[in-house]
Design a protein. Sequence first.
Length: 411
Amino acid sequence: MAAIPIIVLGIVFILIAVRQIGSVKLQIWQTMLFGALAVLATGQIAPAAAAKSINIDVMLFLFGMFVVGQALDESGYLSHLSYQLFKRAKTTDHLLLMILFVMGFASAFLLNDTLAIIGTPVVLLLSKKHGVPPKLLLLALAFAVTIGSAMSPIGNPQNLLIALNGNIQSPFVVFFRHLLIPTVLNLLVAYLLLKLFFRGQFHSKPLNHLQETINDPRLARLAKLSMMLIIILVLAKILLVSLGAKTDFRMTYIALAAAFPIILFSPKRLGILKRIDWPTLVFFAAMFVLMESVWDSGFFQSGIATLGLDIAPIYMILAISVLLSQLISNVPLVALYLPMLLHVGASTNEMMALAAGSTIAGNLFILGAASNVIIIQNAEQKAGETLTFMEFAKIGIPLTLVNVLVYWLFL
């Protein structure tokens, strides 16, 4: 029955929204695992197809970045780095702006999921040190890495797909020319909305920054080497993309190369591997299985065809991208939409609308972006902090509406 995957997806959304059944509290990864097991048990996807649907590149990328992130955190180097980055913030307002713009611009070059992994312990530390609500800084991080990643062809996987397959010459130039200014404006919009919704949480006391000591110098050196490898290899990737090279130089290789110094040379390797965020890896594996089942049902593809929608106007691209990304995730959405736009001879502006819409969809609901899930799961595992579906959505909905309007006006 083709409707079963859609029903299961609906149940998963509801359970993620309520996060509790009676006295039983559900984590996001548990809910998604239930969804994957449900479509497997009902025969909506065969075990072999389920295994094939799991994107090994994504899983290995996350694994590698989780190893680096754990080493950065355990060694104390991440705390030291956060002091160096944010010591100039004098007030809560200034700190919030710095998180939005530092993390936002960094995500354009280091991939939004990378910043979600590394940034979560940073904002949790800043929250604890300065008495700022953790939910405020977690939301700022989530919105920053989503919005910031929109302006670059390597900011997220769907943008890279568009850059490589969308007949775009000089992708970095094109993305920055079309999306830099609206992205900066949207980061400012995120600041204004966060300040509005958390207006009672901003204190006027000057922030007192204390430099954190590095508690494991040897591990810190390895973690620093890993960070340097990430930056060097990302710069190499930027150069290759800019030159139009057809080299298969994946972000996965960068993440694994960065993790190798820690795995090979740290005597704490087993403890680090044990403490990485395994629940988030389970979430992603389960999500791939459930989304493949939903995709195979043909429900959304046939729905677009039946309604006879004109898929080419920029407003329609933005609307469909934002809404369908919540249900089938943004990368499958782009994989579906991009060939249709190429078939009708879409312009560069329309390709940029697809990049902006599929990316900014992450601000609407928690499941709109993988980086949101990484941040929330990481915060729950490391500090017992979380964001509920409604806490995210009450700011995410108005933010996404304004974000879409800004991109539409500029495109």
